[in-house]
Design a protein around this ligand. Structure first.
Ligand code: NZQ
Ligand code: ZN
Length: 383
């Protein structure tokens, strides 16, 4: 077990009807006039929007809206949110949505108190020194953004999907009501689940310590839970147990808990590669990961033989490296994810450009061994 510091200050309110407490929770963290951030309209269809407003009104909280956040949120819309937050002098950012809404909210919370352009934080040319408090109501699970300090935004002009972390960006409180995710369609349920799975998988495969049963056991339990619950939630969208297990597994997956004692920081090379895919083609992050992860395993199967064998046996109940890769790919297909570039309409001829883009981010994140050539090899195994 390596030395570590575990600090996750996000308050989690988990269970049915959490939104009723929202107004009070916002007040508790200093909100009197909030920027209400949401996506393209799912919260209006489900009735959640009205419940949020009712709770804010009951607590006497004013709000200004910033809607239309798109999946794979973009810098131009984020900048509009920063301007609005500054102009309206809001004192808290309230995100009602999935990872995209929460990430854009985090960027707005940082940008609202900054003198520089918010993109500078993503390029590491400026360091964040403060942020408005952030409160979230999660509507789709997967990214773990509701309980972590990270965010990812796409700069459309530069075709760069970059992320960073800052302790200022942990949400103060996140409301996690699994019933809100009953309306998440089959495909998005899978993409979220695969994303959460990948957060554990990447740490499991790239950890420095293979002899720590506590983090290893936590990771295996999270992965097994996601494998079992995803098809159940797809078959019966209102299966509370399946939705609840997926929600909590997703939040824990990138909360910092899994790498305590095994890595100083999570190493996420498949993410660096995937971000190139979603920056170029605007595909769902989870769909991109479903294509990249098995290809990464095929390239790493000798180097990571021990890790893959354990994964095969303890997550999928099969013995052997090839058997583990096959079982994983079978599961991805079962939950209806693409596993080849062509299934996401990504032409083979784009691989060099994707590899170059992925390498830029990998370099940014400090993964020096992930050269353009190595990433190209991985992507060729996804053809
Ligand atoms: O925009 P609306 O209308 O709300 O529709 C959304 C969107 O189309 C819909 N949806 C959300 N909740 C729903 C619902 N539909 C029906 N019922 C509901 N209850 O689902 C679609 C996808 O939403 P989105 O927020 O984009 O999904 P997700 O949570 O997967 O977020 C993806 C983004 O997060 C980033 C990804 O790269 C991507 O940009 N990530 C963030 C991370 C972090 N902050 O730690 C880590 C991850 O690795 C990831 O990179
Ligand atoms: Zn992810």
């Amino acid at each position: 077990m390596q030395p570590f510091v575990f600090w996750n200050p996000t308050e989690v309110v988990f269970g049915k009807n959490g939104v009723k407490k929202l107004g009070k929770l916002v007040k508790k963290y200093g909100g009197s006039k909030v920027l209400l951030v949401y996506g393209k309209g799912s919260i209006k269809k489900t009735g959640l929007y009205q419940q949020v407003l009712d709770s804010l009104k009951e607590a006497g909280i004013e709000w200004v809206e910033h809607s239309g956040v798109k999946p794979n949120p973009v810098l131009s819309h984020t900048r509009e949110g920063v301007e609005k937050a500054k102009r309206e002098k809001v004192d808290l950012v309230l995100a009602v949505g999935g990872g995209s809404v929460i990430d854009e909210s985090k960027a707005i919370a940082a940008g609202a108190l900054a003198d520089c352009d918010v993109w500078e934080f993503f390029e590491f040319t400026q360091t964040i020194k403060a942020a408005l408090p952030i409160v979230t109501v999660l509507t789709i699970c997967g990214t773990g953004s509701e309980m972590n300090a990270g965010l990812v935004i796409t700069n459309e002009e530069k075709k760069a999907k970059y992320g960073f972390r800052s302790p200022y960006l942990f949400p103060k409180v996140s409301v996690l009501d699994p019933t809100i995710t009953f309306s998440v369609p089959k495909d998005q349920t899978a993409y979220g689940a695969v994303d959460a799975f990948s957060h554990v998988f990447e740490v499991y495969m790239n950890r420095e310590d293979l002899n720590s049963p506590i983090p290893e056991g936590i990771m295996e339990t999270l992965m097994r839970t996601i494998v079992e619950r995803t098809p159940q939630a797809q078959e019966n969208p209102e299966d509370y147990t399946a939705r609840a297990d997926l929600m909590w597994a997703s939040s824990l997956a990138l909360s910092g808990l899994t790498w305590c004692g095994v890595s100083a920081a999570p190493m996420l090379p498949c993410h660096a590669i995937e971000h190139a895919l979603s920056a170029f083609y605007d595909i769902a992050h989870g769909a991109g990961l479903a294509i990249v992860m098995p290809a990464w395993m095929r390239l790493m199967k000798d180097e990571k033989a021990e890790e893959i064998k354990r994964f095969a046996s303890r997550v999928f109940g099969v013995e052997g490296v090839d058997e583990g890769i096959e079982a994983f790919e079978r599961w991805l297909k079962r939950v209806e994810c693409p596993v080849r570039l062509s299934e996401a309409s990504i032409p083979e001829s784009d691989i060099p450009a994707l590899a170059e883009n992925g390498n830029r981010l990998a370099f940014h994140w400090g993964y020096k061994e992930y050269t353009k050539e190595l990433i190209e090899k991985i992507l060729r195994l996804a053809v």
